[in-house]
Design a protein around this ligand. Structure first.
Ligand code: ADP
Length: 785
């Protein structure tokens, strides 16, 4: 499974992003450097220009003051009287427009004359002897006063000049600095740049039109102004950065007018100065924008060129992974990707080839397997037929049908060998025409002159690839005429004798493959087995029939013999009894003793004969029960009465426990007593110490009679055997006690004829318990198993 990919994680996005990033970086870097340099150049140039202008303005102002000073100087040269002075002053006022007022201080510092342009001048007669305009003027000839403002905004300025003649006093002139503005007005700096002049107090004396600040405004706090006013610092000529009154950044430069302690400042708003730079930045931004678009397009194009073939590769690879081996990747980029694609294609071709080879192999294998499965099935079917069916003919039919099918032949047949005639006879055919079957049956196939005979002699299969090439054997022409041209003959041979032949035939000529031949060999072996089985079965059938007859004869004979033996034996016993009883006169004691032993042996013999007679009757199916009502209690009672003395003689405790109110049973009382007597006698006979217990009760419509002893017990391997005729437990105790091994066999028969069971539970060294389960009311005699 492929992980979910977003378009922004793909190659395409990476390519585009890298290219756009690179272009942006280069442009931005370049632009940044350019802008930095430009900023430096612009500020430098502006400041330089401003400085030049400030210098120029400063010079002009200097000249302006010099000119005024010169004019005043002219008025102070000669000594003159008051009228002369007044005339001089009036002339001066006429000539120099900037002079607003002229006053004459006499040698003692007292104002003696005052003329003003507006005619308001009035001599005050005030004493200025201590005023700097008097003292400084006397000391330095000229004294420039600080600027001051009338009405707050009209700048004025005082020049005091000592008269050339000693003690002639000082001319104090008030200069209207409004004229100063004419000097700076025309100075233009960019569009919004301006010029202004500040006095030593830091107030604006004059300003160009663009400067929005009123004359008289105190600008001493501006960063570019403050250093100019400080006395300690050398006054810088150039101040690059400053602020205007509104706090906006300006590029500023200044020039000082040393004589009066003023400064000219030329300033341009930074915004305006940097306009070209901003324009450049704008262009740059535009360029970056364009660059981005171009880079994005180029990136997209490039990425497409890369990504499309890579996608084709990817699709190709996943189709390959999905086993679409006939898919070819079509990439014609002429580069490594195309090489990779053709490698992929080569791989696909290889895979396709090996896949189809593999498929072919799998197909072959599957075919082989299917064939094997068919063969196995057929063999299993035949095996089952051989094992379960005693019908030889149907087994042979199965074999020949499957043989034809699996050998992919058109017909087949099994022939049986008649040893007495030394000939083969058709036993079973499959796929042969009835007329051909008829014809084959009518043909004598001698062992000596047939392909089947050859195969049987050689004991191995014969393949006849083309029937037309073999000698003129009996079946050759018939088979050829029926349209068969190739034949496989597999002999059916037992260890010693020939049994027959399995033949499969095909319409076309040609060899039979080795595996078919060996498969047919297996079929042939199965046929041999089936034939042998059939023969064995026939023999067994015959034997058991004979045995049955013999057994019947034996039973008959025994029944007759027993009867014949019993009659004279009874007579012998009767006479012996009469003799012991003294019917034929008193006999000596010795003779009586012998007679009694004769009697005992005779009775034993009679019992034996009775047993044999019973058994033979039972086996001959001639034994009939005398069914009548009986009491189980009395059956047990009579058995106890008969065996009590025996038990006593051996010192054994014989106990009988009969459940109260047992219902009346129906059965052969005499035979049931015989059975119980046999079991109890055995118990007493085989038990040396301990007890013999008889217990009778009823459950589920049955009498349950159990005889338990503390005798030697019966080994597990003997437990089933002792119920068979003439069988005894294989141990020394039994051998000591003698007996015939008939008692239990007869007992079992008798109980089973009553529809009941006789069973045994025993443990060696502990004792045995025989149990009779007997239906209470037996209305009909059962046939023992
Ligand atoms: P018999 O007693 O004449 O040999 P039975 O058919 O009555 O014939 O008994 C068969 C054998 O079963 C005995 O020979 C003996 O080996 C064994 N058998 C029968 N009853 C007992 C028993 N109560 N304890 C041990 N062995 C017994």
């Amino acid at each position: 499974m492929t992980a979910v990919r977003h378009w922004w994680t793909g190659l395409f996005a990476k390519y585009v992003a890298s290219l756009v990033g690179l272009v942006t970086f280069v442009l931005a870097f370049n632009g940044g450097v350019e802008a930095g340099l430009m900023y430096r150049d612009i500020t430098n140039a502006v400041v330089r220009l401003e400085s030049e202008k400030a210098q120029f303005a400063g010079q002009r102002i200097g000249q302006f003051i010099d000119e005024i000073e010169r004019q005043i100087g002219w008025a102070t040269r000669a000594s003159a009287g008051a009228d002369q002075r007044r005339a001089d002053y009036m002339l001066l006022l006429q000539q120099v427009a900037a002079i607003d007022q002229l006053a004459w201080l006499d040698g003692s510092g007292k104002e003696v004359l005052n003329i003003s342009r507006s005619g308001t001048g009035r001599v005050t007669g005030a004493d200025y002897s201590r005023s700097p305009k008097f003292t400084q003027a006397l000391a330095n000839r000229v004294w420039f006063g600080p600027g001051y403002f009338r009405n707050g905004t009209e700048p004025y300025f005082t020049i005091a000049m000592a008269h050339a003649v000693r003690n002639a006093g000082v001319t104090v002139s008030e200069i209207d600095l409004g004229h100063l503005e004419d000097l700076v007005r025309t100075i233009q700096v960019g569009k919004t740049g301006y010029v202004y002049v500040i006095g030593s107090q830091g107030r604006v004396l004059a300003r160009s039109a663009q400067y929005r600040v009123q004359s008289g405004t105190d600008v001493s706090n501006l960063p570019q102004v403050a250093p100019l006013l400080s006395v300690a610092n050398a006054k810088p000529e150039r101040i690059a950065h400053g602020r205007d009154i509104d706090g906006r950044s300006v590029l500023a430069s200044s020039a000082s007018i040393p004589r009066v302690g003023w400064s000219v400042l030329v300033e341009q708003p930074l915004g305006e100065a940097l306009e070209p730079m901003y324009a450049l930045l704008g262009r740059l931004a535009w360029l970056i924008g364009m660059g981005l678009v171009v880079a994005a397009c180029a990136g997209a194009l490039l990425a497409r060129r890369m990504v499309v073939p890579i996608r084709a590769l990817q699709t190709g690879a996943s189709r390959l992974a999905a086993s679409e081996f006939d898919h070819r990747i079509d990439v014609r980029t002429g580069d490594e990707i195309e090489v990779l694609a053709s490698e992929f294609n080569r791989m696909a071709t290889h895979l396709q080839e090996s896949y189809s080879r593999l498929e072919q192999k799998v197909e072959e294998r599957t075919r082989d397997l299917a064939q094997s499965v068919r063969e196995l099935k057929a063999l299993e079917e035949i095996g089952r037929a051989v094992a379960s069916s005693l019908e030889l003919q149907s087994v042979l039919e199965t074999i020949v049908t499957r043989a034809v099918e699996l050998a992919r032949a058109d017909a087949g047949a099994i022939y049986r060998y008649e040893a007495s005639l030394r000939e083969f006879r058709l036993a079973e055919a499959h796929g042969l025409d009835p007329s051909l079957v008829e014809a084959v049956r009518g043909t004598r196939i001698r062992e000596s002159e047939s392909a089947m005979g050859e195969a049987a002699t050689a004991r191995k299969p014969i393949v006849i690839a083309d029937l037309a090439t073999i000698p003129n054997y009996p079946l050759r022409d018939l088979t050829l005429a029926a349209g068969f041209h190739s034949v496989l003959i597999v002999p059916l041979v037992g260890p010693e004798e020939i049994l027959g032949s399995l033949v499969v035939q095909r319409r076309e000529t040609g060899d039979f493959p080795g595996n078919i031949v060996s498969l047919m060999q297996t079929f042939a072996d199965q046929s041999v087995l089936a034939m042998a089985n059939a023969r064995l079965f026939r023999e067994i059938e015959e034997k058991s029939r004979q045995l049955e007859i013999a057994s019947q004869h034996k039973s008959q004979f025994l029944a007759n013999m027993s009867h014949e033996l019993r009659t004279p034996l009874n007579a012998v016993l009767g006479y012996a009894e009469l003799m012991v009883d003294g019917l034929y006169g008193q006999l000596p004691d010795k003779a009586v003793g012998i007679l009694e032993r004769m009697q005992a042996n005779g009775r034993h013999l009679l019992g034996l004969i009775n047993d044999v007679l019973d058994l033979s009757k039972i086996e001959a199916g001639q034994f009939t029960l005398a069914l009548e009502d009986y009491s189980m209690k009395s059956v047990v009672g009579s058995v106890v009465a008969a065996t009590e003395s025996l038990a006593q003689a051996k010192g054994l405790a014989l106990t009988a426990e009969v459940a109260a109110d047992l219902p009346t049973g129906r059965g052969d009382e005499r035979r049931l007593t015989q059975v119980l007597l046999n079991i109890v006698s055995n118990a007493i006979k085989f038990t040396e110490v301990g007890s013999v217990e008889i217990r009778a009760d009823a459950a589920n419509g049955c009498f349950q009679v159990r005889v338990r002893d503390t005798g030697p017990g019966i080994a597990p391997q003997d437990q089933a055997r002792i119920f068979e005729e003439f069988q005894q437990a294989d141990n020394s105790i039994t051998r000591q006690k003698g007996g015939t091994g008939l008692g239990l066999a007869i007992s079992k028969h008798l109980i089973e004829m009553h529809g009941g069971t006789l069973s045994l539970q025993s443990e060696l060294g502990v004792g045995s318990t025989f149990q009779i389960l007997l239906p209470m009311r037996v209305e009909a005699q059962s046939t023992p198993a």
